[in-house]
Design a protein around this ligand. Sequence first.
Ligand SMILES: [Zn+2]
Length: 211
Amino acid sequence: MSWKDGSRRPESAPVDKAQPLEAIPGIGGRPRGEWVLDQNGLLVGATHVLSPNFDDRPPGEAVTLVVIHSISLPPGEFGGDAIEKFFTNALDWGAHPYFEGLRGLRVSAHFLVRRDGAVVQFVPCEKRAWHAGQSSHGGRTRCNDYSVGIELEGAEEIEYTDSQYEALVSLIREIRRRYPIAEVVGHSDVSPGRKTDPGRSFDWIRLRSAL
Ligand SMILES: [Zn+2]
């Protein structure tokens, strides 16, 4: 998702942050620190905040695309639990003027990568998360049907953190082990003219060279 409103509010109270997965020796022979998806497409060791905003993928649909997004609530403000609340339909619309514009939206993503690299999962990869909306890739519409959506906690004009790139690379590698991913794109690529995230501050060369 993408919001350009620059409104701010005082710093939120700190919340417990999920930690990146540490080694789980013996699972699939992965190197230490690498993520592992279980048979449902749940990331072992991540924080799971399951969203009701998902449904089944079309029968027989292969997962072939990763869509990268950015989000911060309110825009440009990091930390706090507003994203988790938004994706679980629990956001207090009255808590910030910006939130009023999100009232009634029912959306989600499979993953959120926090500024410190911690990963939160909202929807198992086997299910369809509601992240891309009206979208098209390679002539195929409805990208949610065949993609995994990853939100980076961020804003389009602010550099993403080293920890986020590291976590993102590790996460995409594991997704590619599990699914026949053909391409990794931005929301702006599949919804041009409508969405601009993850924005020009996202370093595609860095990501692609690391994958
Ligand atoms: Zn987006």
